[in-house]
Structure formats: C-alpha cells, structure tokens
Design a protein around this ligand. Sequence first.
Ligand code: ME8
Length: 674
Amino acid sequence: MAKKYYITTPIYYPSGNWHIGHCYTTVICDALSRFHKMKGEEVYFLTGTDEHGQKVEKEALKRGITPLEFIDPLVAELKDTWRMLDIDYDRFIRTTDEDHVKCVQHIYQKLYESGDIYKAEYEGYYCTPCEAFWTEGQLKEGKCPDCGREVTRQKEESYFFRLSKYAPRILKLYEDNPQFLQPTSRVNEMVNNFLKAGLTDLSVSRTTVKWGVPLPFDPKHTAYVWIDALSNYISALGYGTGHDEAYKKYWPAELHLVGKEIVRFHAIIWPAILMALGEPMPKQIYGHGWLLIGGEKLSKSKENARPELTDPHELVKRYGADAVRYYLLREIPFGSDGEYTTERFLLRINADLANDLGNLVSRTQAMIVQNFDGKVPPRGEAESADNELISMCGQLFERVDADMGALNAPDALSEIFNLVARANKYIDETAPWVLAKDPAQKARLGTVLYNLAEVCRLCAVALKPFLTVAPKKILKSFSCDEEAGFDTLKFGLLQEGAAVEKLPPVFPRFDVKKELAEVEKMVKKNTPSAPAGQLPLGGAPSGASTSCPPPASGGGVGVGVRPSTKSEITIDDFSKIELKIGEVIACEKVEKSDKLLHETVKIGDEVRSIVSGIAKFYTPEEMVGKRVVIVTNLKPVKLRGVLSEGMILCAEDEKGNLSLLSPEKLVESGANVR
Ligand code: ME8
C-alpha cells in the first residue's frame, strides 16, 4: 500500500496585499507535496483561508458591505496567486465552507459534553490583529507581546476550554517525541515561555463578535477564531461531518508547516484540543523563519510590503514562477529568517538558473546539434575522467531524498546544483570543442555529450518538485517524458539517437543594475518621498550592513584593523591563515553576556559554532542570513562555555564600532577568501 502523506499550510487571513513572505510556507509545502507524489506516495496537500473574526467583521462594517462581500475578492486573489506560482493543492478550504462549520460545531459540542468546555466570565486583553487573548502580566508595556500593537480590555461571558489540564500531557508529548515540534529551539520557547509557568484555561467563545461559527449549545456565542481555524486540518478531511473516509485515510498529518509566530497555537492549543477529542497527534509541527526586510518581518501591517518589490503577481510576471519559487526554496536557510532584497533575488536566480543550469543545458544541446545532427550520441565506454560525474549522478536521488526527509529544500537544491556545477567543470576538463576538431575523437566526443545530456535530464527530473516550468521544457527538448518520476533517476536511461532540440535560453539572465534602477523608479513614482536607501533593493538590510569584535582570547570574534604597525609578514605567513565565506544560519545571545553572540555558520557543507563579541552592534536576527568572512583554521576555544570554532572578521572604527566584512557580490558559503 502506498505511503500516505498529509501536509498543510496555515490558512491565510484574507488581508489582501499578498506579499512574497505569504508565499514562503505554501511554496515549500508545494515542493514537499510534489516530491512525495513523485515518490509514489498518496499525498493530500491542504491550504485555504481563515475568514471569521473581529478583523474581518470590522473591515466589512467600515466599507458598508457584508463580510463575505469583503472576503470573496481577496480569496479569489489568493487563489490566483497560487495559480501563478503553480501551487498544486488538493483542497483549498475556507472556514466559511459548510462542512467546516459543521465540523467546528461538532468539536464544540463534543468538548462541551465531555466537560472540557465550561461557561464563566472572561476578563483580560485581546489583540485583534493577532486574534489572541492575553493576561495583564503577559502584556509588554501594556501592548500585545507578539506584535506590539494596542490591545483592548474585554469583560464578557465566555466559554472556556480546560487548557490547563493538558499542560503535563503536552510536556510529555514533546519529551517522548522530539520530532513533534521542530526546530528544537521552538520547544524551548514553548516550554520556557508558556508551559513551565502552567497554562490557564482558554476563552473559546465571544458574544461581541457576530462573524463566526455559532456554538451549537448557545448560539449567541461564536467560536474563538483560533479553534475555528485549527479545526480546518481535520474538517477538510470530513471529521465530524458523517463523511470521514478521507479523515480515516489521511489523519494524522505528517506535517503542519507554519510560521514561527503561530507555533504556540499549533504546538499547545491544537494538541490539547486533539487530546480532548481523543484523536491522534499530527506527526510534526515545524515553525519556519520569516522573510525579512531591513531586519524586520516582511508584513503588510508594518508597511514594508511594497507591491512594486514584494507582490508575488508582479514578481512572477517579471521574472517567472520558477524564479520566485527557486528563490524562496533555495535562499533562506530552512528554520531561520532570511533577508529579502531585490538584488539578492536577482543575483541568486542569475547565478544558479541562468548561468549554471541554463548554460549547461544550452552548451550541451548546441554541441549535440552541431556534432551529432541533433541526436543523442551513443554512450560509448566511460573513461576515468567520467567516473566522478557518473557517481554523483548515481547518488543524486538518495541525497536529495535525505534532505527533503529533513524538509530541507535549500540543501536538496544545493545537491542538484552541485551536480550542475560538476558537469560544467567536466566540460572544461574534457574540452569537447577540442575533441570536435579531431575526427578520431568522435566516439569520445559522443560519450562526453551523452554524459552531459544525462546530467541535464537527471537534474530536470530532480528539479520537478521545485520548479514547474523549466524542468519539463528541458525534458521535452531531450525527447524525454515530461511526467517522468523518480524511478527514472538512474544514469544511462537516456535513449541514444533520441532527438535533441536546441532550446532558447530556459532562464533569462537579468541585468541587475538595470532591474534595480527600474524597480526604484517604480517605487519612487508611487511614493515620491521614498528614501532610496530604505528600499529593500540592495544587498544588505537598511541601516545594518556588515560588522563585529573580539574578546581577547583566540576563538570567536572579528579583529579590528587599524592603519598600523605590526611587524611585516611574508606571503607564506599570511597563507597559514585559512579564510572562507560562511553563512550565518542561526544566532542567539550567549547567556549572561551582553557582548557575545553565538552563531551557527554554514561553511560549504560544514556547520560550525562560532562565538563573536558583536552583540552591541548586531542583534541575533540581523546576523541570520549574512555572509561573512571567517578564519577557519583557528584553534577552537570555549567562550562562556560555548564552543567557538573560528572567528568572524570585522572592521573596527576609531570609536570601537564594529562592522562585519561581507563579500560584495553573492558568493556561495565555503568559498575561499584570499
Ligand atoms: O497566521 N515570512 O494567517 P496569516 C515568512 N490565519 N512567512 C510569512 C511572512 C513572512 N514575512 N508573513 C506571513 C495566520 N507569513 C492564521 C493561521 S492556521 C490554523 C491559522 C506566513 O495570513 C505566516 O508565518 O497571518 C503563516 O505561516 C502564513 O504566512 C499565514 O499567515
């Protein structure tokens, strides 16, 4: 029997002004869903919209229309965004769907009958944008601790869910199933910020909000939007509706992928509801990071989501669905935040898609057309120069599968593009244009071109879950089945003699300067006062480019360089220092230190722990995603008990301010610095 794979995105608030950050969760889920489908699994991929609640009620009232008249066009726009990005979901659920409403009422009725829901009076604070309840003690300076906005005081009759009762079972759930909540940092957050202190019962109904699901046992109350919303994961499968075949087949979900700000609803409230219902737990909740602009979450409410720069429709129209999907899947280290700028986006797609993959395909096809009349040449005998390339092809699926098993699309793509890079190097090593001049080398030329065509085919198949346009074009141009699955990821299946068509460039190469100038012009036209330096166009977040300093000991931190006076060294002395580019994939403060940050840095395939004395100049959030220069052969030391396996370099000004050194262009982590 085929393995089942049920995967969900959160359901989106119909807020409109969809930005590229909204697309992040859904594009990853789509890639995972396509990947598992290609493995032959029975996949159910769910997404949708979260339509009830005070926010919508107020917006509709303001416009003098009904909530549905307000929501419907926004839902249509979101569906259109998913169509443009080739999101292939199995169901788009709306919390206004009849079967969903029926399921929510069933859940409330069941919990009311079992005594897990009881009536009392709610007194506390409510954040409407987050649709979250807070006690006075939880507020930060009187504002919502999550988003920092105003809260309103509420006092009303309400039904409560006995959340407090489930705290010990939730803690045990985390302990017994380390995979349940990932990455592990989110477990610490849940335990330290919420569970340790004990949970209070949760107000789960409102009498002041009319736009919601009426409670079956007391219809003047409507359901709390988070219980309504979370229930979508099982209502979509027919739970509680009398038609629950899909529920029996697919539940428990393999994965709820959500943004990190909504982990607490998914990792505390949702398990407690399921426990109260006596239903099994989802296998994993993964709280991913955010797309940032200038170090802040890209967000409509923060007004950093500029349509000219971040509207997915505009981006897809200008650069294509593959480019947007590729950027989202490749650029942001999974689990961490990642800075979004137009420049980074363009550099990434130019470097990987247009240069590396695009050139490999077009060079291979051009040489086959020129030398073999547009037919795949005979494979011939492999020589030792071919071994490494062929062996990488043999390992491709296994490696990509391991990365996708860990939900790590950036690493999976990096495996595929390592093969592309190896093939481009193979072209330089075997110099087919030289072979082509010597008729005695025709068979060898055929073998080289066969191998290259095979790499193109294999990479196209492996890329199908991630990109939806170009891989099919590439497969078709080599006369291969566009619907090919992973069973075809074996070296040597390409048919000798099959027709090869020379494609026009599969990925256009964008002129970065020109694009940036055009985008800036558009922004300025729409907001003449926009200060150019604050637009997310350039390489680093505004106001926070590169920096860092050292504690005295060997490990850890950057060196301030002054025009000075150390004794002369020879080039041999200098060459003893190994410098590489690293990418900061996670960062946190070192406990009890106001100077030190602890970074996790990816250097090529290696991940290292580094401690740096830069906490006064950079926040951990600013550090994540930065590419920095690292001394990699420094003897490891422990700083405040934390291992430091290298030093991040910084410039230091006269006042002792530190600024990180970063490569001026986008350079892969692991690159040598010399
Ligand atoms: O939270 N970077 O809906 P939502 C990455 N309705 N992801 C981002 C992002 C950014 N800058 N901005 C938004 C809700 N997202 C609830 C969910 S589920 C039962 C109810 C992601 O429209 C965000 O993290 O505010 C979340 O995963 C998704 O967009 C929907 O957010």
